[in-house]
Ligand binder design. Structure first.
Ligand code: NAD
Length: 317
C-alpha cells in the first residue's frame, strides 16, 4: 500500500503510521504540526518508507500532488480538542470542512481509496444505551458550543458519502468514540492524559461538572488495526462505522481509578463547566458506542480494558 496519512503526526495518526510501517507499507504524512508533533514520529525517524510533509490540508495543490502518488488515503487531519473548537469555532469549521473537501475531491480524482475520520459527536446530545450508526445525527440536534466541530464532521461525512457514491471510489467513514492511549496530550482538553499527568505530579485532579457524566474509552491499539482492516473490506465502503471501547465509566470513577493505579496523593477537585469552558457549555451525560456493525464487518473485538489503557499512558510518561 502507498498510504497518505493526513494528521499522521497526531495521536491516532502516528500510531497508524507505526502500524502501516510495521506491516511493510509506504507512508507519507501530511501534517501542519498544529496539535501534532515530529516527536510523535521519532520512533520512525530511520524508517526509509516514511516521509513527513509539513503542510496543510487547505493547500489544494499540495493535497492533489500527495494524493496523486498514493493508492490509499487515511484522512485524520482536523482541528480537534474542546479548547481549540470552543475558542476558534470558525477557524475549526474551515479546516475541517474545506480541508476534508480538498482531500476527498483529490482522492476521487485520482481513484485513491479513502478513510475519513469522523466522531461520536455527530450523534449530538444522545445518551442512548449504545449509539448505532443510524441514530439521529447532530445536524438535527446541535450540541451547544461544539456545534462547529460536530457540524463540520457531519458535513464531512456527507461530502465523503456523495463522492463515494458518485465516483465509486471506496470510502469508509470511521466514527471514533473517545479513543485514548500514549502520545495523546492533555493540552487540548483530553481527559485521560490530563488526569494521568495531574496524578503523576500529585496535583489535584480537575473534574469538570460533578463527574457523573459517563464515557466509554477505546484503546488506540484496538482501533488502528480496525481502521486498516475496514479499508480492505468492500462491505464497509460508503458506510459510517463506530469504533470505540466497551467499558463504561463515570468521569469521577475514572479519576479514582487513575489515582489508584498511579498510587497518587492527588485529591479530586470539581470545577463548574462555565468556569472550564465559558458560559453556555453543555456536556453530554453519556456517550456509549454500539460497535456491532464493526464486529459484523471485521470481527472487531476490543481487548484493552480501562486499566490497560490507563497503564499504557502511565508507562509512556
Ligand atoms: P490530533 O490532534 O492528535 O491529530 C490531528 C492532527 O491533524 C494533528 O497532528 C494536527 O497537527 C493535524 N492537523 C490539524 N490541522 C491540520 C491542517 N490544516 N493540515 C494538516 N494537518 C493538520 O487528534 P487525534 O485524536 O489523533 O484525532 C485524529 C482524527 O480523529 C481527527 O480527525 C479527529 O477529529 C478524529 N477523532 C478523534 C477522536 C479521539 O478520541 N481521539 C474522537 C473522535 C474523532
Amino acid at each position: 500500500m502507498k498510504a497518505l496519512v493526513t494528521g499522521g503526526a497526531g495521536f491516532i495518526g502516528s500510531h497508524l503510521c507505526d502500524y502501516l510501517i510495521a506491516h511493510g507499507h509506504q507512508v507519507t504524512v501530511l501534517d501542519d504540526l498544529s496539535t501534532g508533533s515530529e516527536e510523535n514520529l521519532r520512533q520512525l525517524a530511520d524508517a526509509p518508507d516514511l516521509q513527513l510533509v509539513k503542510g496543510s490540508i487547505l493547500d489544494t495543490a499540495l493535497v492533489d500532488d500527495l494524493v496523486g502518488s498514493s493508492d490509499t488515503v487515511f484522512h485524520l487531519a482536523a482541528a480537534v480538542g474542546v479548547h481549540t473548537i470552543v475558542d476558534k469555532p470558525l477557524e475549526s469549521l474551515r479546516t475541517n470542512l474545506h480541508g476534508t473537501e480538498n482531500v476527498v475531491d483529490a482522492a476521487a480524482r485520482h481513484g485513491a481509496r479513502i478513510m475519513v475520520a469522523s466522531t461520536s459527536e455527530v450523534y449530538g446530545k444522545n445518551d442512548a444505551d449504545g449509539l448505532t450508526e443510524d441514530a439521529d445525527r447532530v445536524l438535527g440536534s446541535p450540541l451547544k458550543s461544539r456545534w462547529s466541530y460536530a457540524a463540520a464532521k457531519g458535513l464531512d461525512e456527507l461530502v465523503a458519502y456523495v463522492y463515494g457514491r458518485e465516483t465509486g471510489v471506496p470510502t469508509v467513514i470511521t466514527r471514533f468514540f473517545n479513543i485514548v492511549g500514549p502520545r495523546q496530550t492533555g493540552r487540548y482538553g483530553m481527559v485521560v492524559p490530563r488526569f494521568v499527568g495531574q496524578a503523576l505530579a500529585d496535583e489535584p485532579i480537575t473534574v469538570y461538572g460533578d463527574g457523573s457524566q459517563r464515557r466509554c474509552f477505546g484503546s488506540v491499539f484496538d482501533v488502528v488495526p480496525a481502521v486498516v482492516k475496514l479499508m480492505d473490506t468492500p462491505a464497509a465502503y460508503n458506510r459510517a462505522v463506530n469504533l470505540g471501547g466497551l467499558e463504561e465509566v463515570s468521569i469521577r470513577g475514572l479519576a479514582e481509578r487513575v489515582i489508584e493505579l498511579t498510587g497518587s496523593k492527588s485529591t479530586i477537585e470539581y470545577i463548574p463547566y462555565e468556569k472550564a469552558y465559558g458560559e453556555g457549555y453543555e456536556d453530554m451525560r453519556r456517550r456509549m458506542p454500539d460497535t456491532s456493525l464493526a464486529r459484523e464487518l471485521i470481527d472487531y473485538e476490543p481487548t484493552r480494558r480501562l486499566d490497560d489503557i490507563i497503564n499504557s499512558i502511565v508507562e509512556s510518561k
